[in-house]
Design a binder for this molecule. Structure first.
Ligand code: GDP
Ligand code: IMO
Ligand code: MG
Length: 434
């Protein structure tokens, strides 16, 4: 019953999509277990580029089951658009399955997302405005729609008549742009969604557990990153789901003893989109250079990503929360041509050193990074040659950088990524499923 989870160890955009795609050739199922279309996972295969938001990365390789698990939030209208887009570049949704328990993102959630951001005044979260927070709020408040409701007209009618007056009042109160729908028009729209998407809706918990019983290989695709976790991230500058190890089980319906491997994806430097503290952040020209070299612009919102040096306090926090058994280090090629590469191993807060990530935002804002300066590598921009030579042929300084990460986390760097393409990857582990 092998399973392999892939989780971002920073604030998202670590290259999870690329790594999942590289490893899922042998997988039978690829399961998204949390988050929604706030995610933007890029997969590059030759001249084809897939930008996935709500769909699991499994849609890139025909023949896989691509499962949207119960812990996710799904915007059906945007999912239908994404399906069209993915099919137009050669993806296949034959294997798509959507959990009957997945929460739905409604139009009013998007509007409320914008209104709530305004209410936060000069301290917005910087959300993707996809309605993620309001949809999870409704799930927890037990007043949300679930995908399975689309198959039951009576349930839809009941929920619509209860919810719509309430949501309209709420939007008025918050000054959100109003919603012109009536109970009847919404029922018609949602019944239409059911007709289009109903054949994909099922009990995905049963599907995944039976697959594991049969010895099939299940990949669990994390979205966002550990530092955006609702409990363990930089609250309140986080997303609204459990992005760490615990979220895998509750969001897919499998028990903890069925998890056999967890790969942490570590970008060789750090980025973050949206607001919130970022201890190793660069500013001005230094940040611009790294942003440009790394192409650090959001897949979902197009916003420029904030950039900074690698922070191992962050990666170790993620390791503790996810139990990483391997690391994939991505975007090492972007660090080509730096004289020195600072790596943060501890914070200093009020004159005291700590290697643990603080819970208080106020403390985090005061934290100063303690850096170890490692030597950079120069002139290694031929990624084809880098991959061809394998790990041993990598520049010595790059190996020292990788080994510094291994030593400071205690986790082997089993995958090394030096380019966006599937082929620009060095694999140091013979069997990922044992
Ligand atoms: P995700 O959200 O974690 O899947 O990551 P994104 O797709 O949002 O952002 C990662 C970006 O870096 C994408 O444009 C990838 O195509 C690209 N990428 C992934 N790995 C590498 C790498 O090793 N080198 C370079 N240069 N780009 C990479
Ligand atoms: P992937 O899967 C990077 C950030 C937003 C914002 C915060 C809350 O591509 O790594 P939300 O819309 O979720 O309520 O926004 O979380 N955020 C991401 N940042 N990568 C992502 O996904 C993100 N998904 C959400 O920018 O700061
Ligand atoms: Mg992304």
């Amino acid at each position: 019953m092998p399973s392999l989870a892939v989780i971002g160890s920073q604030w998202g955009d670590e290259g999870k999509g690329k790594i999942i795609d590289y490893l899922d050739e042998e997988a039978d199922l690829i399961v998204r277990f949390q988050g929604g279309n706030n995610a933007g996972h890029t997969i590059v295969v030759g001249d084809k580029v897939f930008k996935l938001h709500g769909l699991p990365s499994g849609v890139v390789r025909p023949g896989k089951l691509a499962v949207i698990g119960n812990g996710t939030v799904v915007n059906i209208e945007e999912l239908l658009q994404e399906i069209e887009q993915v099919e137009s570049v050669g993806g296949s949704i034959e294997g798509l399955r959507i959990s009957d328990r997945a929460a739905l993102i409604m139009n009013y959630h998007k509007k409320l997302d914008g209104a709530e951001e305004k209410y936060r005044g000069n301290k917005p979260v910087g959300t993707t405005k996809k309605g993620i927070g309001p949809a999870y709020q409704d799930k927890i408040a037990r007043i949300g729609f679930r995908a399975g409701d689309l198959l039951e007209e009576d349930t839809l009618k009941e929920k619509i008549s209860l919810l719509i007056p309430y949501k309209k009042d709420l939007m008025n109160m918050l000054g959100a742009e109003g919603c012109s729908c009536t109970n009847e028009s919404l029922l018609e729209k949602m019944t239409g969604w059911g007709e289009k998407i109903g054949k994909y809706i099922c009990d995905t918990g049963v599907l995944i557990n039976e697959a594991l019983d049969e010895g099939k290989k299940v990949m669990l695709e994390g979205a966002q990153g550990a530092m955006l976790d609702i409990d363990h991230g930089t609250y309140p500058y986080v997303t609204s789901s459990s992005t760490v190890g615990g979220g895998i089980c509750s969001g897919s319906g499998i028990a903890p003893n069925r998890l056999t491997g967890c790969l942490g994806v570590v970008k060789a430097y750090t980025t973050r989109v949206g607001e919130g503290p970022f201890v190793t952040e660069l500013h001005g020209e230094e940040e611009e250079i790294l942003q440009k070299k790394g192409g650090e612009f959001g897949v979902t919102t197009g916003r420029g990503r904030r950039c900074g040096w690698l922070d191992l306090v962050v990666v170790n926090h993620a390791k503790t929360l996810c139990g990483f058994t391997s690391l994939a280090i991505t975007k090492l090629d972007v660090l080509n041509d730096y004289e020195t590469l600072p790596v943060c191993t501890e914070y200093e807060i009020d004159g005291k050193r700590t290697k643990y990530f603080p819970g208080s935002i106020k403390n985090l804002e005061k934290a100063k990074p303690i850096y170890t300066e490692l030597k950079g590598w120069k002139g290694w921009d031929d990624t084809e040659a880098l991959v061809k030579g394998g790990y041993d042929a990598l520049p010595d300084e790059m190996k020292t950088y990788i080994e510094f990460i291994e030593k400071n986390t205690g986790v082997p760097a089993d995958l090394i990524s030096v380019g966006a393409d599937r082929d620009q990857t060095i694999n140091r582990k013979a069997d990922w499923w044992n």
